[in-house]
Write a protein that binds this ligand. Structure first.
Ligand code: SF4
Ligand code: SF4
Ligand code: SF4
Length: 313
């Protein structure tokens, strides 16, 4: 590879700029919309009967492939399922566990899962090209045009939501619930909330949903566990849940209140603070060594050329 001094300096400059911009991106926390003013959904799991109408409408609304078993088939609820690249939402069935006195309601709990649309989403923070973004209305949406298929978002999500189209040979995408972004942006409801015959989901401003959840708990003593899942988990989520069983027993991960991006941010800052300078220095030293070698080679070439001439003479 031919490289002159000007090109070498350009390479060093570009490396420095890359380091500087990387450092900048690590330090700058992404702007977050006001969580109270963003939209959310309050899911009252005590009302759900596991009819799967929400799964069906989501499938139709997003033109997803038809599932193997039809949406009328309710035996699928007997096995715990997960979202995948063709299924943005699933309803699971949990039988009461013998935990203390909380088994008063001897019926299963049905829980609808989808992307939680976190206030401070790990998937957004992990995406190095900005293919996932948190919108002012609360939705976390995906731009396939920007995605490079690194799948960091899948690793980062504490709820293991994003799914990848491994079977798609040409242009695989990351897939997950969109919060029906186009609808809610135009004043509509998410399709699943609209179709639910039991009005399990209440759509609205998150601050109002929290008030409603507290009102329900206060006015139905003993009906709900004293916990609104998503109020504090991972810094808060747009989707909130009420339940009559402890959330760990109905498929919810036990998570802390700190948003994971804020934890990794602290680590990143530490790394960049202490290692960026040495890394940059090593890069420059390596470049100088390479360039010195290049000059020596040139000199040797010249010497060799001179001696060759001598030999001919
Ligand atoms: S449509 Fe409503 S009641 Fe039926 S499974 Fe979904 S959330 Fe439950
Ligand atoms: S649940 Fe996962 S995919 Fe959804 S916004 Fe949160 S981190 Fe992102
Ligand atoms: S909000 Fe829209 S995309 Fe998300 S689960 Fe409901 S219907 Fe599906």
């Amino acid at each position: 590879m031919k490289l002159n001094r000007r090109k070498f300096l350009k390479v060093c400059g570009a490396g420095g700029a890359a380091l500087a911009s990387r450092r900048h991106s690590a330090e700058a926390a992404p702007r977050q919309p006001d969580p109270g003013q963003a939209y959310g959904c309050l899911v009252d799991t005590t009302l759900c009967v596991g009819c799967r109408k929400c799964e069906q409408v989501c499938n139709q609304q997003h033109s997803l492939p038809a599932p193997e078993a039809s949406f009328e088939e309710l035996t699928v609820l007997e096995n715990e399922r997960r979202m995948n690249e063709t299924t943005y939402t699933v309803v699971n069935k949990y039988y009461p566990k013998n935990i203390g006195t909380l088994t008063w309601r001897q019926r299963p709990t049905f829980v609808k899962f989808q992307c939680m649309h976190c206030n401070d989403p790990s998937c957004v923070s992990a995406c190095i090209v900005g293919a996932l973004t948190k919108q002012d209305n609360g939705a976390v949406i995906y731009d396939a045009e920007k995605c490079i298929g690194c799948r960091y978002c899948m690793v980062a999500c504490p709820f293991q939501v994003p799914a990848y189209e491994y079977g798609e040979a040409l242009a695989p995408q990351v897939r997950k619930c969109t919060f029906c972004f186009e609808y809610i942006q135009n004043g509509g409801l998410p399709a699943c909330a609209q179709v639910c015959p039991r009005e399990v989901m209440t759509f609205g401003k998150k601050a109002e949903l929290l008030d409603l959840a507290r009102w329900k708990m206060k006015n139905n003593p003993g009906k709900y566990v004293d916990h609104i899942y998503g109020e504090h988990e991972v810094g808060g989520t747009s989707w909130l849940y009420l339940a009559s069983e402890p959330f760990e027993s109905i498929g919810f991960p036990k998570l802390g209140a700190k948003a994971p991006p804020r934890l990794t941010e602290a680590i990143q800052h530490g790394l960049f603070q202490y290692f960026a300078a040495p890394i940059g220095l090593y890069a420059i030293l390596g470049g100088i060594m390479w360039f010195t070698g290049f000059l020596n080679d040139k000199e040797n070439d010249t010497d060799a050329g001179t001696s060759d001439k001598g030999d001919i003479q």
